[in-house]
Ligand binder design. Structure first.
Ligand SMILES: [Zn+2]
Ligand SMILES: [Zn+2]
Length: 498
């Protein structure tokens, strides 16, 4: 045996079966206080193992939320075909893929999601085929993480640009209904919602079922099929005094908010700790008996913890027991802006019928939230929403875009302008010359509007603002002949520090 080979064997002995190398730090109670850790298992493949199963043990510490497993072997082309079964200390978790993930809330197809219980787990290596005379090695790489989320993060489109989506939707895992084969009203399978959103040609859909992580496994399976439409993980945290969307985590969020003890502010802190964003939903709805618990009624809310406000909600279910009041959430939103806060105005279809009512101009994608993101991925979309790089098309994905810029700044950005300085705002839409522009400065409609300049099939405007060195905000809106909002931008902020 050469020295090099000896060294390699020693290496395997030390770092081989069930040895973790990572960033583990065990606390006094034995739970893992760490981001991640890796375990590497090795084995050899010989013809005498054909048809057998070998159980490889490894130890999982407490505090693990996700496990990623990769079996690397020579493969069928080289006469060796192995499978990887997974057993936790109590039960069988699945078999059938060489690369898979298992977490507390979701798992690759054949595997079962559920608690990643601490203790001795096993990979069952199945020697399904070893051709006569074939010999080789295999490696199993196991990555353990105390974070739930990163696995779902995929980049569906690497290009920066404007992406269209819906930030609020429901499946039949909570209260979305649709017609069954025989016409009965049944809880609607999540796939129906995803398909309806894809038919609307949305780039992303936040799935926000009420108080449940049950949707996440469905989303993980479906994301493989919907490879052009990003499914964003969310929950509509449905408290007894208001609903708030939380986007960007699969972690536990407590809906048991009260006036004292665990408050709405604590819920927001909990979400932020999980790197998620929070948005107050259907902010125009009242807190009264018409829709019990729907309007925002938590008096002590610290709005500096609120990342977004749903200014347009699309819930208009025909024949529903609840008819939303007329109006929108703009006054609620502007009241926060007036305080010096900058929550992003977003839209939410609040779809509960999986697209069945599209013909009635309701449903998923109506309104559409349009976001300028560095790529089409969950972190990028949420980053852009946090930044306010957003406009809302009230009438849906085929609606009218509206862009507000000032130099290199776009809606959501802040610019500095000392007293006496003149600031130029550019407003543009690529279509809809028949729509009227509305400019809102610090919550008041600008009386003297700039002249509309035809620009191809669209229109552009240039608005000059004389700065007094103080804090201001300007947003743009398109309205139709009846004065109804068609598109609303987020503001550009002047002299705001954030
Ligand atoms: Zn709601
Ligand atoms: Zn909802």
């Amino acid at each position: 045996m050469s020295f090099r080979l000896q060294l390699r064997r020693m290496f395997r002995l030390v770092f081989g079966l069930a040895v973790a190398c990572g960033w583990l730090a065990l606390s006094a109670d034995g739970s893992a206080q760490m981001a991640s850790s890796d375990i590497v298992l090795h084995g050899s493949i010989t013809p005498d193992k054909l048809g057998k199963h070998e159980m490889l043990a490894f130890t999982v510490p407490a505090g693990i939320e996700r496990m990623n497993v990769e079996l690397i072997s020579p493969g069928f082309q080289k006469g060796m075909y192995l499978t990887a079964g997974l057993f936790d200390p109590q039960r069988y978790r699945g078999e059938g893929r060489s690369t898979f993930t298992v977490s507390t809330v979701d798992a690759t197809g054949p595997y079962l999601p559920g608690p990643i219980v601490p203790g001795e787990w096993h990979i069952a290596i199945g020697y399904n085929w070893v051709a006569p005379g074939s010999k080789g090695d295999f490696t199993v790489k196991i990555h353990l993480s105390s974070q739930l989320d990163p696995e779902r993060y995929r980049v569906l489109n690497a290009k920066p640009g404007w992406y269209k989506g819906d930030m609020h939707s429901h499946t039949g895992l909570t209260d979305a209904m649709c017609k069954s084969q025989s016409g009965a009203n049944v809880p609607c399978p999540p796939f129906r919602l995803f398909e309806a959103a894809a038919l609307q040609e949305l780039d992303f859909l936040a799935v926000t079922d009420h108080n449940t992580p049950a949707t996440f496994n469905e989303m993980m399976q479906s994301q493989l099929y919907f490879d052009r439409m990003l499914l964003i993980g969310g929950e509509e945290i449905t408290t007894v005094k208001g609903h708030a969307n939380v986007w960007g985590t699969e972690g536990f969020l407590d809906y048991r908010v009260a006036e004292s003890g665990f408050t709405a502010n604590d819920l927001f802190d909990q979400a932020h700790k999980l790197h998620a964003l929070v948005s107050i939903n259907h902010s125009c709805w009242p807190y009264d008996g018409r829709c019990p618990g729907c309007g925002w009624g938590w008096a002590q809310t610290d709005f500096s913890k609120v990342d977004a406000i749903e200014i347009i909600n699309g819930y208009h279910e025909h024949g529903s027991w609840f008819t939303p009041p007329p109006g929108d959430g703009v006054p609620f939103w502007e009241a926060q802006l007036a305080k010096g806060l900058r929550p992003t105005g977003v839209g939410g279809g609040d779809e509960h019928r999986a697209g069945e009512q599209l013909a009635l101009h309701d449903g998923v994608g109506i309104p559409t939230t349009v976001v300028y993101a560095r790529e089409l991925s969950e972190p990028a979309i949420l980053e852009a929403i946090k930044a306010g790089h957003v406009f809302v098309q009230v009438t849906g994905p085929e609606g009218t875009p509206l862009y507000l810029t000032s130099g290199t700044a776009m809606m959501g950005d802040a610019i500095a302008a000392e007293a006496g300085k003149s600031v130029e705002f550019a407003i543009a839409t690529p279509k809809a010359a028949d729509l009227k522009l509305k400019l809102v400065l610090d919550g008041h409609e600008v009386k003297e509007l700039p002249a509309a300049v035809p620009d191809g099939e669209g229109v552009k405007w240039s608005y000059r603002f004389q700065s007094d060195g103080k804090r201001h905000w300007l947003r743009a809106e398109l309205v139709d002949a009846r004065g109804e909002s068609v598109t609303l931008t987020n503001p550009i902020y002047v002299n705001w520090a954030k």
